[in-house]
Each structure stands twice: as structure tokens, then as C-alpha cells.
Design a protein around this ligand. Structure first.
Ligand SMILES: [Cu+2]
Length: 485
């Protein structure tokens, strides 16, 4: 069964791949292919670099993050971007399960902001991962986020979440990776593999290098085909690999509105994690769909020496161009062949437990009014009340027909296990916190509202949909009649 499922998924992704007209052989740059492998070329000037890393010490990561518009060299040009601590993307925060994050957020923007730790299973209340906080211009705010001892290890991220302002702040560049170490990092067959972080961001600039106001002028309603697409603030960086040697790529889609289908010419991906949650087994695919907010970790095995495009096809908007996000340069070294483990970290399958409550949630839009169950976001109105510890089954419907567009669903605090897409049963390989709801379609998932009470949100992760109302407040309340402690 397990094997058949993989075969099916592989076939499906191959079909998608071919359907997009992606040609593996034709795309390789001939000039680079002719370079003799034994010449051992120096690393390209545009080799992928990574943002600075801030690592916890003795269980604490205590930092200041200042949000400010600053001139920064982004994609080879100085542009006035919206950054944390002058870095585009923001510094990578590296912590362990059980650590405490002490973040002094300093707002040096001219508008309200706040901070969300996307993917963290932590308290949504007080000065923790609270999306309802308002940090005004020239204010600082001290966050304290306590990460549980049993938190899954993986790639999460942080970004502003102030309702109405998130679009421009994230479009300007405010996003950074938040890595929780452990888990797969310690697994035999994975732990010796070099890993690389790839933060995908897209923005648009005027002639003076200022970030344009999202949704105005040439960017229209946010046509990602008109944006400039960066990886780690670089345009088409080179990623150097060696023949037959594995690399682990940790990808984060930190864009406002770009749904990418990502493929590497001449190579397949072996996905090992999604949204900071490890897979139960590696899943081979020819292309990977990554919607705003999602993370994926994949293993890539260097193919024949040569140069290959890392391509992203933009899946929504008026046009669907395929752009080159990066160039993989495979060197002709040998002797590093390593098997990919056949199993990873087991999934606790929520289908084996009794569902306490079922909900249906409807996303829709008319013009610029984006709604959930017919209502735009109101921070004073609780839309769903949930008992602490409950296992719930939710079906999220995308009812928007004019135009029919995707809506990536994201929920704070607790990840979920997808069980159906458009009513058809699927076998998830991990939990996730962000999942696309296709046009005229629906997704069904199981989730347990474990450990934390309080108010927080779910929403569309196309940030301008969220800012225009497509967000909903829910509250997890005690007492807990379902589980004895
Ligand atoms: Cu949406």
C-alpha cells in the first residue's frame, strides 16, 4: 500500500511536470555543460549565501529585532527594503525544543506592526505568539515565547501579523527563518548531509528602489508575474552541488502572493518534511508546490555534472510564467554516494482517534471584500469556540467563483493532518500548518487543540486576502471534558 501510494504520487507529479511543458534536457545551459568537470572551477560569484544566524545559548535566545526601511543590497542593487536588523531576509533564529525566545521587537516603521512565529506550537496569549497585539511606531515590545520540550524540529518562520499592514510589511521584506533543531537533524542517513536554507521572497520596486505599494500601479491586484523573485535576497544565485552527493534544501515561501511549482531540471526531489514537521518516509517528486507560508525540506542528489535551472512556475495570477529562481551547478566529484533512509519519523495518525467535533468553514470573496463564513475579520468577535484537547475535523471550502482563485489556508498554534482533498481521501506524510484550498475545491483535516487555551486566528495566507478580511478568530477554552490530565 505504502509503495503504491508513492508510485501514485510520483506519477501525479510527473504528469503535472510534463503538463507544464517543462523540458529537462532543453533547459540545461550548454555553455556550462561543456566545462570540463576536472577543472574544479571556483565557486561562482553569485553563490547562494544565507542570512546571519542567531543561536540560542543555555536554553535562551535573547535578541532585539528592529523593523526599519533601509537601503540594502538586494539582488545586486541597493534598494530601500523593509527589514529586520538590516537583513533581507531577516536573521535566522536557531533554537531547540524547550528553549525560550526573548525578542524585543522595536518598531522603527511609520505604521503599526507585531510579530508572529509561524508554525510554532506555543501559547497565543499575552506576550507570546499573539496576533492581536499592536506595536505602534517608535514602540518596543518584549515577547516571551516558551517552546515546549516535545516541539517538532523543523523550519518555521517569523513575520509581522498586524491586520491591514501585513501585506506591505511582508512585501517589503519582513520575514525570517526560525529553525528548531533536532528530529531529522539527528537521524542516521540525514545528519551528515549539508543543508541549505532557501528563503523565497518577491517584491516590486519603483525607479528609486522603493518598494511599491502592493496592489497599485503595475502590480495591479498583486500579479506575481510582475514581481522580482529572490532567494535569500539574491537574484538567480548559484547553488553548487557535487555529482551523486546529497544536499538538504530547506525552502520557505515568504512571499505575499506567489504560489510556486518548483522543479530542478534533470533532478527529482525527495521531500522529508513539510511546515516544520518531519515526514514518515521520503517521497520522491519531480516538482514541489509551495504556497505562501509553506515550508518544505527536500533532499537533492547531484546529477550529471552541468548546470540546471531551478524553476518556479507561478500558479496563479493573469499569467503563469516559469521563472528561474536559481541555478544548480553540479561539479564532477565522486565518492559521496549515500542511500536515502527508507523511513524517517513516524506520524501519529489522527485517523485512529475519535473525532469530538466537526466544522465546515467557507472562504469567499466579492470584489475586494474577502470573507470567511460570510464575514470579514473582527478582532472583537470569536467565530469558533473549541474545547481544549478536542480532536476536530474541519472541512475548508473555497467558494469563490468570480474569479476562481486559490486560497492557502493557515491556522496558528496547532498543525493539522490533511485527510481529504476535494472529498478524496489522501494519506498525509506529516502534519502541516498551511495548505492550499483549490478554486471551487475543499480540504478536510484532523487537528487536536492540544496544550494551549486562548484566542488566535486562521486565515488565507495570500496576505492581501487576509488584510482584506479573510481571517477568523477562534478561542480554545478550558475545562477539558475530553482528556484527563
Ligand atoms: Cu486567499
Amino acid at each position: 500500500m505504502e509503495h503504491e501510494r508513492d508510485e501514485h504520487r510520483l506519477r501525479l507529479s510527473r504528469r503535472n511536470f510534463l503538463g507544464l511543458g517543462v523540458s529537462v534536457a532543453a533547459g540545461a545551459a550548454v555553455g556550462t555543460l561543456l566545462r570540463p568537470g576536472w577543472l574544479a572551477p571556483a565557486l561562482a560569484a553569485n553563490e547562494l549565501t544565507e542570512p546571519p544566524v542567531l543561536t540560542s545559548r543555555k536554553g535562551v535566545l535573547k535578541i532585539t529585532l528592529e523593523e526599519k526601511i533601509l537601503p540594502v543590497n538586494v539582488g545586486g542593487q541597493v534598494r530601500n527594503v523593509w527589514v529586520y536588523n538590516g537583513s533581507f531576509p531577516g536573521p535566522t533564529l536557531k533554537v531547540r525544543p524547550g528553549d525560550q525566545l526573548l525578542i524585543k521587537l522595536k518598531n522603527s516603521l511609520a505604521q503599526e506592526t507585531n510579530l508572529h512565529t509561524h508554525g510554532l506550537h506555543v501559547s497565543p496569549s499575552g506576550n507570546s505568539d499573539n496576533p492581536l497585539l499592536h506595536v505602534e511606531p517608535d514602540e518596543t515590545f518584549d515577547y516571551q515565547i516558551d517552546i515546549p520540550q516535545d516541539h517538532p524540529a523543523g523550519l518555521n518562520w517569523y513575520h509581522p501579523h498586524a491586520h491591514g499592514n501585513g501585506t506591505q510589511q511582508i512585501f517589503g521584506g519582513l520575514a525570517g527563518a526560525l529553525l528548531i533543531t533536532g528530529g531529522l537533524d539527528k537521524l542516521d542517513g540525514i545528519r551528515h548531509i549539508d543543508d541549505r536554507l532557501l528563503v523565497l521572497q518577491s517584491s516590486q520596486f519603483d525607479i528609486n528602489g522603493n518598494v511599491v505599494t502592493f496592489g497599485t500601479g503595475a502590480s495591479g491586484m498583486g500579479d506575481p508575474a510582475k514581481h522580482t523573485h529572490f532567494i535569500n535576497g539574491q537574484l538567480n544565485p548559484t547553488i553548487t552541488l557535487e555529482h551523486d552527493r546529497l544536499q538538504r534544501w530547506r525552502l520557505l515561501n515568504a512571499t505575499v502572493t506567489s504560489l510556486y511549482q518548483i522543479s530542478l531540471e534533470g533532478h527529482t526531489f525527495f521531500q522529508i518534511a513539510a511546515d516544520g514537521n518531519p515526514f514518515d518516509e521520503p517521497v520522491e517528486m519531480t516538482s514541489l508546490v509551495l504556497v505562501p507560508g509553506q515550508r518544505a525540506e527536500v533532499l537533492v542528489r547531484g546529477g550529471a555534472p552541468g548546470s540546471y535551472n531551478l524553476q518556479g512556475t507561478i500558479l496563479q495570477g493573469p499569467s503563469n510564467p516559469t521563472i528561474t529562481l536559481a541555478t544548480a551547478n553540479v561539479l564532477a566529484k565522486k565518492g559521496h554516494g549515500r542511500n536515502i533512509p527508507s523511513t524517517l519519523i513516524p506520524l501519529v495518525d489522527l485517523r485512529n482517534f475519535t473525532v469530538d467535533h466537526t466544522r465546515a468553514i467557507h472562504f469567499n470573496a466579492q470584489g475586494t471584500i474577502f470573507t470567511i463564513d460570510g464575514k470579514t475579520f473582527d478582532p472583537t468577535r470569536v467565530d469558533q469556540t473549541i474545547l481544549l484537547g478536542a480532536l476536530e475535523e474541519w472541512t475548508i471550502y473555497n467558494d469563490q467563483t468570480n474569479p476562481a482563485v486559490p486560497h492557502p489556508f493557515h491556522i496558528h498554534m496547532n498543525p493539522f493532518q490533511v485527510t481529504k482533498i476535494n472529498g478524496v481521501a489522501v494519506d498525509a506524510h506529516s502534519y502541516q500548518d498551511t495548505m492550499n484550498v483549490p478554486p471551487n475545491g475543499n480540504i478536510t483535516f484532523l487537528t487536536r487543540f492540544a496544550d494551549f487555551t486562548g484566542k488566535t486566528v486562521f486565515h488565507c495566507h495570500i496576505i492581501h486576502h487576509q488584510d482584506q478580511g479573510m481571517m477568523s478568530l477562534f478561542e480554545v477554552v478550558a475545562p477539558n471534558p475530553y482528556r484527563r490530565r
